[in-house]
Each structure stands twice: as C-alpha cells, then as structure tokens.
Design a binder for this molecule. Structure first.
Ligand SMILES: C[S@@+](CC[C@H](N)C(=O)[O-])C[C@H]1O[C@@H](n2cnc3c(N)ncnc32)[C@H](O)[C@@H]1O
Length: 257
C-alpha cells in the first residue's frame, strides 16, 4: 500500500460545509476574463500566501487557490439519492459516449458513484480504474462494487502527485469535482497525460465559477478559462470541446495528440 500525502491527511476531516457558500463578486469577473492562450509555468510553481480563503489550503497555482480535499466522512453526500436529478449525472455519463472495451480511469473516484455507471458502459472487455488517495474511500468503493456485483472496476490507491496507473493504457480519464483539490496539479496531470493512450481524453467536470447561481464555495469551483490555462502547459493535450448540458458543471474535454 502506498502512503497518503501529508497535506491530504491534514484535511481528511474536511466537512461538507467546505463545499457550500456564497460567492464574492470579483471572483467571477476576473476569471472569466482570463485568456486560455498557451502559457509558461509559473515560477515558483506553487505560491504560498498567508492571506487566503479559509476553504483553501493557502497554496496557489496559476493564481488559483487549491481547495481542501473532501474527507471520506462525506462519502454519503456523494451517494445522496437526489444527486442524479440535481447534477444530472445521467446526462454526464451519456455525454462521455463510452465504448465497449474502453479502459477508463475515474480519478478521485470517491465512493465509486461513477465507477459502476461507467463499468456498465465499457462492458466485460473494458475496465474502470477507480483511483483515490484516501484508502477509506477505496474501501467504500470496493464495498459498493461488490454490492452491485461489478467485476470490472479496480480500486487503485494513488498518491497526491501520481495516480499510479500504467503508462499509455487509458482511453478516458474522468475527474468529477476533483481537479481543484489536487495538491500538486502540475505533477499529477503530467502523470495522467503519460498514462493516456495516444488519442485518449481527459475530462474535467467542475462546478462553473462563471455562474454565481451555482451554490458552491469559490475554491470548489473552476472557470473554463482557468482550466484551459492550466492545461495549456501540456502541449500534447489539445482542448477538444466544452459541453454545457449539465445544470451546474462544465464538461471540459482535452485530447492527447
Ligand atoms: C469531491 S470528491 C468527488 C468524488 C467522485 N469523483 C464523485 O464525484 O462522486 C473528491 C475526491 O477526490 C479525491 N482526490 C483528491 N486529490 C486526489 C489526488 N491527487 N488523486 C486522487 N484522488 C484525489 C479525494 O480523496 C475525494 O475522494
């Protein structure tokens, strides 16, 4: 078993209160105005600031504050019965257009909410890697898969900066409400890109920072421009499209050339 990153341990107890809250007027304005043209890496890569949002860890990447990791204690919230209706997770899975036999990685899989839904789409010849950094989440995920009799999902204990996936093997990587929590987004994404097949995709699903009506705390939301800016440092990854079919989240898709 791999050890879980120190920073992550410190925030396992993060409650759902971290996710919900009011918006500040300047948040939306400044982010939506940012360009997504290719940029160079910040120097230093991560900036520590004493003054910061209490829902964030005080570390900034490309001017964005990284959020606390949602603790496994909140796994029940991920499985809440009204989630499908509220977030239209059915539309999300449909929009992925998964094919029989695909190898999919659910990065930051949590309780496995999306794992079994995707496992049904890729079938017996396909596979879903459910990656998380919290062993407790993976225990919940494993129990949930067993309860449903799902055999093509593999739980993978990742590290803060490494999903621990084989190189060049994955067709689709999904992150639902996860990327903004990465403690080392640059290193993590570099490993994810390496684990993708040529022609494979990385799919970001993030609460829309541009939309003041989405009732989620600022550091747990991301604008499309910010995601595209952060991805522009990976020249092998091309933005393909942004889907707007969901009520609260973007679906932002990048393809490996
Ligand atoms: C808000 S939950 C979302 C869970 C799931 N994607 C869903 O939508 O039901 C975020 C999850 O991402 C995980 N996570 C955070 N940083 C991670 C990292 N670097 N690698 C893998 N998982 C990570 C957390 O442990 C947590 O289980």
């Amino acid at each position: 078993m791999q050890s879980v990153g120190m920073r992550t341990h410190a925030f396992l107890g993060a409650s759902l209160a971290l996710l919900f809250g009011s918006l500040h007027a300047g948040d939306v304005k400044s982010e939506s105005a940012r360009a997504s043209a290719p940029v160079v890496l910040p120097d230093p890569l991560y900036e520590q600031r004493a003054e910061h949002d209490p829902n964030g860890i005080g570390v900034f990447y490309f001017g964005r504050e990284i959020a606390h990791v949602m603790g496994h204690q909140a796994a029940g919230w991920l499985e809440r019965p009204d989630r499908e209706q509220e977030e239209r997770t059915d539309l999300l899975v449909e929009a992925l257009g998964l094919k029989e036999g695909e190898h999919v990685a659910d990065i930051g899989a949590g309780s496995g909410y999306f794992c079994w839904r995707m496992a049904g789409r890729v079938g017996g010849s396909g596979r879903v890697y459910g990656v998380d950094i919290q062993p407790e989440m993976l225990d919940i995920l494993t129990r949930n898969m067993a309860k449903r009799g799902v055999a093509n999902v593999e739980a993978v204990l990742g590290l803060e900066a490494d999903p621990k996936l084989p190189e060049g093997k994955v067709d689709t990587m999904l992150m639902v409400d996860v990327y903004h929590e990465f403690g080392k987004p640059y290193e993590m994404m570099a490993k994810m890109v390496a684990a993708l097949k040529k022609g494979g995709r990385i799919v970001f699903v993030e609460y829309r920072a541009e939309d003041a009506k989405v009732p989620i705390k600022r550091v747990h939301k991301m604008s499309e421009a910010q995601v595209r800016k952060e991805m522009s440092v990976f020249p092998g990854m091309r933005w393909e499209k942004t889907e707007t079919v969901l009520p609260q989240q973007h679906i932002i898709i990048f393809r490996k050339d």
